[in-house]
Design a protein around this ligand. Structure first.
Ligand SMILES: [Cu+2]
Length: 179
């Protein structure tokens, strides 16, 4: 009796539980991991449901997601600096660790060097970012941002703030990360 009732209730509960557990994991501990790992049979039984929501399947057609192209560029919000995503490695960006090379140029088209960058990934649909802070290093090629840790499938908005002594601007690159 109990087993049957649990089975009926499980798909919805597990779907939400799985989503929250994944987010909570990154943001400070994995309280639900134990419970999750004790149910391998369940995972197989409702794998379709979990795959659908946890994997972020469906955001491919979400208008918020930009189409990745090496060298894609856009003006900052203040129309002061231009931000170029020279490459994402892997490209397009994937679930997990990514490394971005970013170039910034001023209104005259000159490369901006010595800027302080802040890179903030955020999932608008879940209201969370990622606890892994990307390191930013500068070379002749531009600014390398790594690891850019996009730990789950879905829409990610990556805000890049750039600041120099004289100029500052920011932009957001948005991508659908497949599960
Ligand atoms: Cu999330």
């Amino acid at each position: 009796m109990i087993h049957v009732r649990n089975s009926l209730a499980r798909p919805t509960l597990r779907t939400f539980g799985g989503l929250l557990a994944t987010c909570a994991c990154i943001l400070g501990g994995c309280p639900a991991d134990k419970a999750k790992s004790t149910a391998p049979a369940d995972a197989a039984a409702d794998g379709g449901l979990d795959g659908g929501l946890d994997g972020g399947v469906g955001c491919e057609d979400d208008a918020r997601g930009q189409t990745y192209m090496p060298g894609m560029s856009q003006m900052g919000k203040l129309s002061t600096l231009k931000f170029e995503l020279v490459t994402s490695d892997p490209g397009p960006p994937v679930k997990g660790n990514n490394s971005w090379l970013v170039k910034i140029s001023d209104p005259s088209g000159n490369a901006v060097t010595g800027a302080t960058l802040r890179v903030t990934p955020f999932m608008p649909d879940h209201g969370h970012g990622t606890a892994v802070k990307a390191k930013i290093s500068e070379s002749a090629k531009g600014y390398t941002v790594t690891p850019l840790y996009l730990f789950m499938g879905g829409i990610w908005q990556v805000t890049i703030d750039a600041k120099t002594d004289k100029l500052s601007d920011s932009t957001v690159f948005s991508f659908c990360i497949g599960g």
